[in-house]
Design a protein around this ligand. Structure first.
Ligand SMILES: [Zn+2]
Length: 106
């Protein structure tokens, strides 16, 4: 399996999207890099895959206001976080008071 991808652009092209995602095993990546070194066609393909990927990532960033469901979920999550912070603060304060009373009890 020395030059598995040699003259085997189909297989290489199947794997290149995975390679671009970093989802290949190190051995597969090594073989692909070897093939990319000698195959300008697949290099071009990899470039277009990467370009497409970054475009998709850009599209993932919302350019409009988040919809209500996401927003309310976010608010609920934030409220939960605040509630737990306040609760633990109260517990700490109470515990501090108790410890204070115990240690200063004469
Ligand atoms: Zn190729």
């Amino acid at each position: 399996m020395k030059d598995f991808f040699e003259n085997n652009c189909d297989v290489a092209e199947d794997l290149l999207p995975l390679y671009a995602d970093g989802g290949c095993s190190e051995n597969t990546a090594k073989l692909l890099r070897k093939h990319l070194d000698v195959c300008p066609e697949c290099r071009k393909y990899l470039k277009s895959v990467k370009r497409m990927k970054s475009k998709l990532l850009e599209d993932d960033i919302p350019d409009s206001a988040p919809d209500y469901k996401t927003l309310s979920k976010k608010i609920k999550r934030r409220r939960k976080i605040y509630t737990s912070i306040i609760t633990s603060a109260l517990i700490l304060l109470t515990a501090g008071d108790i410890i204070y009373f115990i240690t200063n009890d004469r």
